[in-house]
Design a protein around this ligand. Structure first.
Ligand code: NZQ
Ligand code: ZN
Length: 394
């Protein structure tokens, strides 16, 4: 097994009523002046924002709330939020929402703690992040795993670049996770979230690590089968508390790093998908399933036994040669995405068939102008990226 270092400091408050503990918990992280970040208004409509503000005020804390975070969150919103949080003298940033809101809260925390530095400098790698403010997350959508992850993804709308930043400062101090809060998520977001959760483990399952990794593999396989089982129940009945709980729990486990221990990240589909979201503003989970089958077909010959193992452990596919089982596992996964109404090509993604010129531009941006490869199961250079996009381009 390869060496690893694992630190997830986030305190997780999970279960019914978790969000009622916000005012009790925040002061233990020295919060006095709480800058609340939220999205397009679902939490205003549901009354959750008002309830949390009242709770904090009753406990003697000061709050300022800023909504308007969009899916594929924008840099311009973050820059405005940083100014407002500095003026407010915020000492804690509280996100109430899904991944876009939590990522915007993380970026706001970094910008507020470093008022002399433009926040995008941390994302484009010109300045190393050395300090930030504590962030808390009240999760309303199981998907991105941002509630415990070390990542935050922001889109610079001036350039169309959607970029992730990985740093320990991105790990939230606290996450409040009540599955009931996800009952109102629109069906499209529910299935996109389920796909993203699966993909965070898939993209750690298929890597270039060859050493045995029995426990991490079994955790990954259990996570994937649990999510698949519960997805059918959740789609049928979104108020199925147990199914929605398993999905919420899996969302956190899938992206906190646990399914990566002794292994590494590949994240080819995330890199390819971010280019699609940056250019066409498509939903994150949809960008992933739109390319996964094409990626798998393009790369599976690099490690047929691994794909055959996936087919057996996740889909119970036992018949045929190793290569036939590997192929059947890919086919079954793509069929599953279709079953839950996730796109598996560009037409289903809603962007239509793209010209060769656009495919080349996407591939160029994904590989820093063709100067680097991304991922490691099969290192993706510009030519490989074009070929994968071509396979999805129907
Ligand atoms: O904005 P509101 O009105 O709240 O509506 C949101 C939004 O329109 C809605 N929603 C969320 N909870 C709801 C709800 N509607 C009704 N009831 C609720 N309880 O859902 C919509 C989508 O929200 P969003 O936050 O965009 O979704 P998600 O959690 O999937 O986050 C996606 C973002 O996270 C990034 C993605 O790239 C994308 O930008 N990711 C972040 C990661 C990380 N930080 O570790 C890792 C992921 O791989 C991913 O890249
Ligand atoms: Zn993701």
């Amino acid at each position: 097994m390869q060496a690893f270092n694992f630190k997830v400091p986030t305190e997780i408050v999970f279960g019914r009523g978790a969000e009622e503990k916000v005012a009790e918990k925040l002061p233990t992280y020295n919060a006095h002046r709480v800058f609340i970040v939220y999205g397009g208004g679902s939490i205003v409509k549901s009354g959750l924002l008002g309830k949390i503000e009242n709770q904090l005020h009753s406990a003697g804390l000061f709050t300022k709330s800023k909504g308007g975070v969009q899916p594929n969150p924008r840099l311009s919103w973050v820059r405005e939020a940083v100014k407002e949080a500095i003026d407010f003298k915020a000492d804690f940033i509280l996100a109430i929402g899904g991944g876009s809101v939590i990522d915007s809260a993380k970026a706001t925390a970094h910008g507020t703690a470093n008022p002399e530095i433009d926040v995008w400098s941390f994302w484009n790698g010109t300045v190393k992040l050395e300090k930030s403010l504590p962030v808390g997350a009240v999760l309303t959508l199981s998907a991105a795993g941002s509630e415990t992850s070390d990542s935050a993804v922001i889109t610079n709308e001036e350039t169309g670049k959607k970029a992730g930043l990985n740093t320990p400062f991105n790990r939230p101090a606290l996450a409040f996770m009540n599955p009931e809060l996800t009952f109102t998520v629109p069906k499209k977001q529910l299935v996109c979230g389920i796909a993203d959760i699966l993909m965070h483990t898939l993209e750690r399952y298929f890597t270039n690590v060859k050493e045995e990794n029995a426990l991490t593999d079994r955790i990954a396989e259990a996570l994937m089968t649990t999510v698949i089982d519960c997805s059918y129940r959740a789609i049928k009945n979104q108020t199925d508390y147990d199914a929605m709980s398993e999905i919420m729990y899996a969302g956190t486990i899938s992206h906190c790093g646990l399914t990566e221990l002794g292994r590494c990240k590949d994240f080819a589909c995330h890199k390819l998908g971010h280019e699609l979201s940056g250019r066409f503003d498509v939903t994150h989970g949809a960008s992933l399933t739109a390319v996964w089958g094409s990626w798998a077909k393009y790369v599976y010959r690099d490690d047929i036994p691994r794909f055959a193992k996936f087919a057996e452990k996740v889909w119970n596919i036992k018949d045929g040669t190793e290569e036939e089982r590997a192929q059947a596992g890919i086919k079954r996964t793509v069929a599953y995405f279709k079953e839950i109404h996730m796109p598996t090509n560009f037409t289903e993604l809603g962007i239509g068939i793209q010209s060769e010129d656009v495919l080349a531009k996407l591939a160029d941006s994904c590989t820093a102008g063709g100067t680097k490869t991304v991922a490691n199961f099969h290192p993706i250079d510009k030519i490989a990226a074009i070929e994968i996009y071509k396979l999805a381009n129907h």
